[in-house]
Design a protein around this ligand. Sequence first.
Ligand code: F6R
Length: 613
Amino acid sequence: MCGIIGVVGSSDTLATLLEGLARLEYRGYDSAGVALVRPGETWRARAAEGTESVRALRKECEFAPTGFASGIGHTRWATHGAPVTMNAHPHLDCSGHVAIIHNGIIENHTELQEQLESRGHVFTSRTDSEVLAHLIEESRAKGLDLTESVRQSLLVVRGAFAVAAMDANEADVIVAARRVSPLIIGTAPGVTYLASDVPAILDRATSFYAVNDDEIVRLAPEGFRAIDLDGAPVRLHQLTIDWDLETAQKAGHDDFMTKEINEQPDAIRSTLLDRRRRDGTITFDELRISDEELRDVQRVVIVAAGTSNHAAQIAKYAIERWARLSAEVDISSEYRYRDPVVEIGTLVIGVSQSGETIDTIQAIREARRRGARVVAVSNIVDSSLARESDAVIYTRAGLEVSVASTKAFVAQVAALELLALRLAQLRETIPASDIDALFQGLNAVADQVTTALERRASVEDVAKQLLGARDFFFLGRHVGFPTALEGALKLKELSYLHAEGYPAGELKHGPLALIEPGVIVVAVATDPALHEKMLSNLAEVKARGATVVVVATDDDESIDALADYVLRVPATEPLFTPMVDIVPLQLFAYTMARGLGRNVDRPRNLAKTVTVE
Ligand code: F6R
């Protein structure tokens, strides 16, 4: 997830770009850069200093030449290529005249780069984005104008993009286009803007327009013209924007948590993009570990904390089921101090959104000291965890601002389950046709999550009716158990109410003593194989006076007799259910917390990244 901005026709180009980038830092800040054009000349500055990137860029621009009426800027959230200056946008073509910025992922960049290099193009970054600059360069060399060059280039790329391109030989226009990644256009008299998000240009533009998928927009000082990928004219929808800056950064939502909950389908889609070759092989570009080594793995140990630990627990079921490998999950802070056994062939996976959680870093250090190969699963490119591991898989959930993790969780489950499928593929433990079907199923989950999100109002209704409750038990079986743990964690950390997650079958071994009228039992009951057992467990709590809330699939009528409230979700393959089932539980916790007047983005006593033991 990156932030992009562009302006044409301004007398204040550089200031507009730098100001906009500062407001887009919440989309990512691994590096930042700008390019300016005037006839015959392109000027570029870039900086990669983590959270200080925009400030460092400002310094780089102190002595920038003046008189440029067009410019583009980018703040980067690295996906392909380390967060270093070389990979910072804008990227240039071989002539240095064409400059592009890109947010998204070009899935077929490897093959495009090979083709371009064979035709003599020289690449100067390790990003997937740079291919766009060279593709545009080729069309420009054939005499096509910039708009047509961008259109031709987009016909050959696969993936997601919001892209903007300039050329010093057509200096009075910028051409921008979108597929999946967000893009808006803004206008003011004599000046036209583009941005990934409204805040970047909120106080400069007076009218705003939404660009849809596969639309290309030619921006000039006097306004813009839009076409579709076939070149046919299209009209852009005008947006009504009456937000202040803070609301705008939350994309119109009340808080970052709502924004991030709503971004979950995209987090899953981005994490799965570009992960399968044409021959069906599942691939992780950034996984620096050979197929032979993965094939030789005898045992998997996953270490993680909090929400990441719950994602890890779900992965355990998938690795065992599909790859037939023994898998165990440990709490990071426990692993290091319990003298763990690391046999030959042990693969340790460290899972951490931030990649900076000290407990998880210490755990993987311990594992490596004892001879394990370590794979990091991290949302932050080049995080400490990623750097200290032998290999890394990045979740691509985008920057998570709210302290309570939501979109990072579903992205972790998607990435880990994909790794489980890769292990199964290498070990040939399930037929190729089943892997294909599971891969398709995994790709369908984002839409099922969208459906679950659309049912927000019915979850809110239930939560509002239970606002006075103080004690909650979350129950589940199989992967419903870690889902229940995650639902309970969300409720306790956001609302400060007492909530426990339990395997449903374990309740009768002690905790059932706590069940009495007034206690709320929230059950995850979407696994058909264990459904009858779940119904028995619910009958047990119901008989003792608990109020029962059940997460159940659309077609499940048997639950109605037992449940006081049902939160419906679309059905999916059992191992994928956590990504869908967690949605009503997140919304439930959120609504309870808001109802109790809590600050959902910053719960008391907590920090987003825990760097102390
Ligand atoms: C809960 C939450 C925490 C984190 C935990 C690990 O909503 O966010 O439990 O999951 O602190 O953080 P990472 O994944 O950054 O290692």
